[in-house]
Every structure is written in C-alpha cells, then in structure tokens.
Design a protein around this ligand. Structure first.
Ligand SMILES: Cc1cc2nc3c(=O)[nH]c(=O)nc-3n(C[C@H](O)[C@H](O)[C@H](O)COP(=O)(O)OP(=O)(O)OC[C@H]3O[C@@H](n4cnc5c(N)ncnc54)[C@H](O)[C@@H]3O)c2cc1C
Length: 517
C-alpha cells in the first residue's frame, strides 16, 4: 500500500505530471488548524475531494501553493502526488455499495467527477429511515411523505441504482448475484443476474430475531420493512372498523395489542399506539370505549424494560407507560405466538388481536458464511476496525449487518442508527483512501447517548456530556436531540441547507415529477 512517505522518491518528470494534474483539477489546499499538518486538498468550487478535518482555508491553485510553501516542501510534494494519484486511480474504480447515505455522498464527490462508478443495489425501490417505521405502523406518519425514490436520488446525486436482492457472492470472480425480480402477478421484471465490483460494501441491515419461537413467523408482525409497518397499520384500522360495525359486544382480547420486546422500538410503539388508536376512535367510532376496550401489553423476558439502556431512562419510561395504562410485563418469556394471542412460558395466555415482534435482531440469513466470509451466531459479517471483512480486503461491511470490534468493550459496536450513520461517514473517507492506496483508518464508535421517543407524550434519554459522562434529559430538549439524528440522516441525503430550510418551509425536499415506484 502506498503512503505519502514512500511516494516522496518519485522522479521529477512524474512530479511535473502530477503538478500539472493538480493544476488541471484546480485544488484548494489548507492546513489542519489543530495538527498544523497538511496541506489538505479539496477541489475548488466547493466540491470536497478529501479530508475535511480543519477549519482554516488557504485558497490558492497549485502553482501559488508551491511558491507559498516552497516547491520542495516535503509535505507539499508528497501530498500533491497523493492527491493526483487519487484522481488518476479513481477513474478506473468501480464500487458496488449498498447504503443510501454513503452512495449519495460518494456520488456527489467521486461519481460527479467521474472518479468512480458508484452502484447502489437495493431490493426496495424507495428508502425510508428505519427508526420511523413504528410511527408508520402506529399511523402517526404517512409512508408516502417519508419515502425517497432510489432511482431519482441516484440521478440527482450521480450514482447508479440497481433494483435487486443480493443472494450470492463470488469473491474470486468479484461479482454479486441478484435474484430475479417478479411482480405481484408472477411476471418476471428482471432475470437473475450478476454485477461486477472492484470494492464491495455490504450494508443490508438486520431483521427481527424471533429466536425460532413457535408461531412467531406466522402470527406476529415484525417491523423490518415499510410494507410490514403499513400492514400492521391496516390491521389496526381494520380491527377498529370491525369492532365499530359488529352487532355483538366487543369480546375480550378483540382490541388488544401485544408487543413482544420492551426495547426502545417496543416502548416507543406502545406510547404511539396509545395515542393514535384514540385519535382514530375520536373520528366517530363511538361504539369503542378506549379506556375499557383497548389494551396494550408490552412483554419482555428481561427483568426491566429497555434492558440495553441506563436504568434511569428505563424507570422514567416505565412510569410514563404506567400512567398511560400500558400494561408492562417484564420477566415474561414468550413460549408461543397463537393466532389470537401469546402464550407465556408459565402457561399464561395473553389474548390479543394483534401481535408485534420487536425483540432482538439478527443479520439476514443469506449472509451466513457467504462465500467463506466469517459470521457470528446472529449471522453478522465479522469485520476488522477498518470495516473490511476478516477474510477479504475488498469486501467491506457496515451498519447492523456488521460485527465490528469496540476496543474496551466486551460487545461489538451496537446495531443502532447512530452507529450506521457514523460508519457511513467513516466509509466515505475510507473508500477514498483505499483507492488512493493510502493506509486505511480504524473506526471508533462514539456513543452520543440514547433517546426514547414516546410520541406526543414525551422524549426521555441521556446524552453524552463533554466530560464523558451521561446526563439525563427529558421533554422538549430531548425531543430536539431525537429529531437531530433524523436531520443528520436527511442532511446526508439532501444537503444541510435544504434540510435546515425544510424545517421552516415544508416541501422543499426534491421529488420526481412522475411516480417511480
Ligand atoms: C421500528 C424500528 C425503530 C428503530 N428505532 C431506532 C432508534 O430510535 N434509534 C436507533 O439508533 N436505532 C433505531 N432502530 C435501529 C436502526 O433503524 C438501525 O440500526 C439502522 O437502520 C441500521 O442501518 P443499516 O444501514 O445497517 O440498515 P437498514 O437501515 O436496515 O438498511 C438496510 C437496507 O438494505 C436493503 N436490503 C436488505 N437486504 C437486502 C438484499 N439482500 N439485497 C439488497 N438490499 C437489501 C434494505 O431494503 C434496506 O434498504 C430502529 C429499528 C426499527 C426496526
């Protein structure tokens, strides 16, 4: 792998070629304010090429830079070479990535300058930020307002999009296999195909882990995809309409919802459902008495709710759910899901019309030992801290489907939105370094805290303070902090300016002029 130091010995004609290349690309360079290292190169006209750590800019083209810092300045010479090598090298690279934030940012830098071909493969045609799914299930958010068309985003952000489901990998031939796509009538849209890559980033997320519990796959609804969230919402509204129109009295269990898994998703769903079901009933479903007929039961095998979060957040959330009348059953292991309820390990039956499974995650099963890559017991791909898989330098993995070591902690980086976001940011620089032949960096996860949004009732959580300790927040500020995570995701897709503008002027988000999905 090339480094800035070993490039310093290149001959003068090569140096001249590189310098002219630098001028052609009209670099802007700056010194890192903190380390005084540099210069760090960026393309003029605001298109950042690499390394954006510092704040102080020195604007000049490459000729001026040489006279300003000395033509033979070792850092300048090495950095120009490195910069130019990156540009030259990038032209022949082809990525195959699967992560909308990363594809957008790569498309806007390397894809736009035609430095690399970026292809995003997703089995879905639209993107929805996954932490919004329980709000779609509860009916608090409209799916259509949150969806982003991959095809349009690819067009706007200079990457390519391929609609397909990855089902296989050939590491020797450097191809992935995509399953045939068929429509709802069984007609083939695209045949099974393969796609070549130079560098592959696998970011296929996670799915609900029902631990093989009998009846779970058949009778419980998971919340992994927008379709499942919409299906849950339809079943909720149908149950309320059925209760309103029937002649006989509402039977026990008819309007009960059992949520299995009292992690953040389960607790948030319970609070949102409490609110939205009452809202629906208020639209004239006068045969239903919400206080008497509706019942939400939150079940977990652990001895408290939110087992992965600090006890103070769990206690405050539990108190609020109690006040709402949500029935919290901790220390209760589900033995079986029935067509009309849940059977606990102690034999008790909890009757319920709707059962949602939110307990635990695992990586998609097709990753299990895929073409010799190492996986753990929940099928996550084992990666080094560079996010390269342990067996193949060209195959990276990130997000929920990757198990990345976290120094100083027994557990790997947790499967959370903030970890996926940080990995996406990290991967952007990592891929640029990889094609430039620069040494790769190691990913460090920074836990900024945990927040639980209980719909309109409250938001509760803790933020990591400046002195490295968590502090507890609740209410308005917690809500703002919770929204900021989504806004970071939006900013990565639409740019900071448009995201900020969107807070005051709804509808500034770009939308295709025709329906693409
Ligand atoms: C209801 C819910 C609420 C949540 N709330 C929070 C929260 O409040 N805070 C938090 O930190 N985390 C939360 N999470 C977890 C968070 O959503 C995930 O950690 C995060 O989305 C992981 O990002 P990812 O990019 O790894 O995967 P995902 O966001 O799941 O993206 C995976 C993508 O891969 C695609 N895909 C999957 N398989 C294939 C295949 N074989 N071929 C092609 N494409 C494929 C999918 O269509 C999807 O677009 C929540 C999760 C859920 C389900």
């Amino acid at each position: 792998m090339k480094t800035a130091e070993n490039q310093g010995s290149a001959d003068t004609s090569r140096e001249a070629e590189l310098l002219s290349k630098a001028a052609e690309f009209s670099f802007r360079a700056r010194m890192d304010k903190k380390t005084n290292e540099g210069p760090i190169f960026e393309r003029a006209k605001g298109s950042v090429v690499w390394d954006v750590n510092g704040k102080e800019y020195i604007d000049f083209n490459s000729g001026q830079m040489c006279s300003a810092l000395g033509h033979n300045h070792p850092t300048v010479t090495a950095a120009i070479k490195q910069a130019c090598d990156t540009m030259l090298h990038a032209h022949s690279s082809h990525y195959n990535v699967k992560e909308i934030e990363l594809a957008t940012r790569l498309g806007e830098s390397l894809g736009k300058s035609e430095g690399a071909r970026i292809t995003l493969v997703d089995r879905s045609r639209t993107h929805i930020w996954k932490p919004l799914l329980h709000s779609i299930a509860a009916g608090d958010l409209r799916r259509s307002q949150q969806e982003l068309d991959y095809l349009a985003q690819a067009h706007w952000s200079h990457f390519h999009y391929r609609n397909g489901e990855m089902i296989g990998l050939d590491r020797v031939g450097r191809t992935i296999t995509l399953a045939a796509l068929v429509d709802e009538d069984g007609r083939e849209i695209t045949p099974q195909s393969s796609l070549a890559y130079d560098t592959l980033v696998i970011a296929v997320g996670s799915v609900t882990n029902d631990f093989g519990t009998p009846g779970a796959a058949k009778f419980a609804i998971p919340l992994d995809t927008p379709e499942q969230a919409s299906r849950f919402n339809r079943r909720l509204v149908n149950a309320l309409l059925r209760a309103q129109s029937q002649h006989e009295p509402i039977r026990p269990g008819q309007l009960h919802v059992a949520i299995i898994g009292a992690g953040a998703t389960g607790a948030e769903l319970a609070a949102e459902l409490h609110h939205t079901a009452r809202q629906i009933i208020a639209y004239g479903l006068d045969k239903i008495d919400p206080e008497h007929d509706l019942r939400i039961v939150l079940i977990d095998a652990a001895d408290r709710i939110l087992p992965a979060l600090p006890a103070r957040i769990a206690n405050a959330t539990h108190d609020l759910l109690d006040k709402l009348g949500v029935e919290v059953r901790t220390g209760a292991r589900v033995a079986e899901v029935l067509p009309d309820g849940v059977k606990l390990a102690d034999g008790q039956i909890i009757p319920s019309e709707l059962v949602v499974w939110c307990a635990g995650v695992r990586a998609p099963a097709f990753l299990r030992a895929i073409d010799g890559l190492e996986t753990n017991r929940i099928d996550q791909l084992l990666v080094r801290r560079t996010l390269q898989t342990t067996q193949d330098d060209r195959v990276f993995a990130m997000g929920d489907c990757a198990s990345c070591p976290r120094p100083g902690y027994p557990e790997p980086v947790p499967p959370r939105a903030q970890a996926a976001h940080q990995m996406g940011e990290f991967m952007l620089r990592q891929l640029r370094d990889a094609i430039a032949g620069r040494p790769l960096r190691e990913f460090t996860y920074r836990d900024f805290g945990s927040l639980v949004s209980l719909g309109k009732y409250s938001t509760i959580g803790s933020l990591m303070g400046l002195i490295g300790r968590n502090f507890f927040i609740e209410g308005y500020f917690a809500r703002l902090a919770y929204r900021s995570l989504y806004q970071m995701h939006e900013a990565a897709l639409h740019g900071r300016f448009r995201t900020l503008l969107g807070l005051v002027v709804p509808g500034v988000r770009p939308a295709p002029t025709v329906k693409l999905h």
